[in-house]
Design a protein around this ligand. Structure first.
Ligand code: G3H
Length: 525
């Protein structure tokens, strides 16, 4: 009996040891569930075209580096330009039928995909933890938020696309009532969606949902970091039963397929979220609608009468969540000198409580996405140091992990006053008037969001009107959501407006049919 027990223990040990040795733990989750097995060939994730998971003919792959371990975590296909052509051909073909599919049926499929996605929040969340070092809890939240977003698209689409307009001609001078104009919204064709690394799933579905409900087909080019989470998400659409070719997901090197995709004649609309690349895309793209969200330097203006505990809590949430890697993060605090000491002390007390470490442990501050990003952030910090900023905490970095840092007495000659670190470092500029704060905010090239803290609603509204940003939050940190709110940047922060309703409208065009009647030759009495 004892011998048998020893054998069992030995077998269990060998099984566990081999499992841990040969398979990364995240693969275990996905492989053991079985649902995602067809997207992976045992070494490299496949790409999705014509309703099937395929390997690229290039025989090459792109490595995805885990920001925490700085080792290769996953590999995806390095697709070729010929494969892009094929994807575009399929997308164009599939769109024709999809546009004729009843709206309620499109909505039904989207609801199904949303449910499947939410069902698999755990394995998809795991990918986000490994690929982009998103804290585990936030990673799962991203997937759930994405499912909700897809369902909302379905419902909103049914409502707004189910309506059209009837115009009559005699409201314009010189016309009789002999023309009836019927207008409705029709799809654009093929939408190219390019989401960023920080919300690869959520900012992908914020493009996919509106595109599909509006009757478009969709080609997704995921970011390299976040590609595997995107592939899993796309598989949820596959499992929901969308028609072949309607959705494609193509992975690869930007240098090989980036321009080729964005300049492809088969693309009828581009929805992009990211950095400077968006500016280049908008210059190269042909005459098609563009939706661009390109970053920000969101200012937080703090007046003398503000509730400083509320401000401090929002600076922590707004400036340091996901280690500051959000386009809507608070990126500069403009505080009235008279309350600056008190505010800085309150924020510092909260910074001291932030946990720093790996995403698997749900740390508040996790490694930034890449070594080059960490180096860039360090460059901004060193520039501020040389020019005399006050370091409220000691600067500390290990690999891609940068400890949270609040920089006081930042002046306009420092790079950090203007540039977007996309990391856990936040500058404070002390101001002596509201005008000074507004001037700094408006002097930025960016104009995404901003926030103002005061108990005086009249002042808040006047400041909001004066701030040249797409959104101003009163008494709260900037944020994109809820996802049906309009979301837009001005200046270098983007083109167009997002949010579910705006995206559906943007991904359609107006079609008119005019009924012409003969001019009555008799009097109607
Ligand atoms: O990084 C850009 C995102 O659109 C920000 O979204 O405000 O929900 O974090 P969020």
């Amino acid at each position: 009996m004892i011998v048998l027990q020893l054998w069992l223990i030995l077998l269990l040990y060998l099984y566990t040891y081999q499992t841990i040795t040969y398979y990364p733990t995240d693969f275990l989750h996905t492989l053991s569930s079985g649902v995602f097995s067809e997207i992976f060939d045992g070494e490299v994730y496949k790409y999705y075209v014509d309703g099937e998971w395929k390997k690229s003919s290039s025989g090459k792959s792109v490595a995805i580096i885990n920001p925490t371990t700085r080792k290769t975590q996953y590999k995806v296909q390095a697709c070729t330009q010929e494969e892009v052509n094929k994807v575009m051909e399929m997308a164009k073909e599939a769109q024709k039928l999809w546009a004729r599919t009843p709206l309620w049926k499109r909505a039904e499929l989207l609801h199904k995909a949303a449910a499947i996605l939410k069902e698999h929040k755990a394995p998809i969340g795991e990918c986000l933890v490994k690929e982009i070092a998103k804290p585990a809890k936030d990673a799962v939240t991203e997937v759930v938020r994405s499912g909700d977003l897809i369902s909302y698209c379905a419902e909103e689409g049914v409502r707004i696309l189910g309506e059209g307009k009837l115009l009559v001609s005699d409201s314009f001078p010189g016309n009789e009532r002999t023309k009836y104009c019927l207008t409705s919204k029709i799809p654009l064709g093929v939408v190219l969606a390019i989401p960023p690394f920080n919300y690869p799933v959520n900012l992908a579905v914020s493009k996919i949902g509106p595109a599909l409900i509006a009757g478009n087909s969709l080609v997704l080019k995921p970011p390299t970091q976040g590609a595997v989470a995107c592939l899993h998400m796309v598989h949820c659409f596959h499992l929901a039963g969308f028609p072949k070719g309607l959705i494609s997901c193509i992975t690869g090197k930007g240098s090989e397929i980036g321009d080729f995709l964005t300049m492809h004649p088969g693309v009828n609309c581009i929805s992009f979220t990211g950095g400077d690349t968006g500016v280049a895309i908008s210059k190269k793209a042909s005459m098609i609608p563009l939706q661009m969200e390109l970053g920000g330097k969101d200012a937080c203006i703090v007046l003398e009468d503000a509730d400083l505990d509320l401000v401090a809590a929002n600076i922590i949430k707004g400036g340091f969540s996901y280690s500051g890697q959000r386009c809507t993060a608070v990126k500069v605090v403009l505080v009235m000198e008279s309350v600056a000491d008190e505010l800085v002390a309150k924020v510092n007390a909260k910074v001291a409580k932030l946990t720093v470490g790996p995403p698997e442990e749900n740390s508040d501050i996790t490694p930034v996405v890449s070594e080059s990003s960490a180096n860039f952030i360090e460059g901004l910090i060193m520039d501020a140091k040389e020019k005399g900023a006050t370091f409220c905490q000691e600067y500390k970095r290990e690999g891609n992990l940068i400890w949270p840092l609040f920089l006081d007495h930042v002046r306009p000659d420092m790079r950090i006053a203007w540039e977007e670190p996309f990391g856990p470092v936040l500058p404070v500029i002390r101001i002596n008037s509201i005008e000074e704060g507004i001037h700094h905010c408006n002097a930025s090239n960016f104009g995404l969001q901003g926030c103002v803290f005061t108990k005086d609603i009249n002042k808040a509204i006047l400041i909001s009107d004066a701030m040249e940003t797409g959104t101003v939050q009163i008494n709260s940190a900037p944020a994109r959501g809820p996802d049906h709110f309009p979301f837009q940047g001005i200046k270098d922060s983007g083109i167009g407006s997002q949010g579910i309703t705006n995206s559906i409208n943007m991904m359609t065009k107006i079609k008119s049919t005019v009924i012409n009647l003969p001019t009555p030759s008799y009097s109607m009495g």
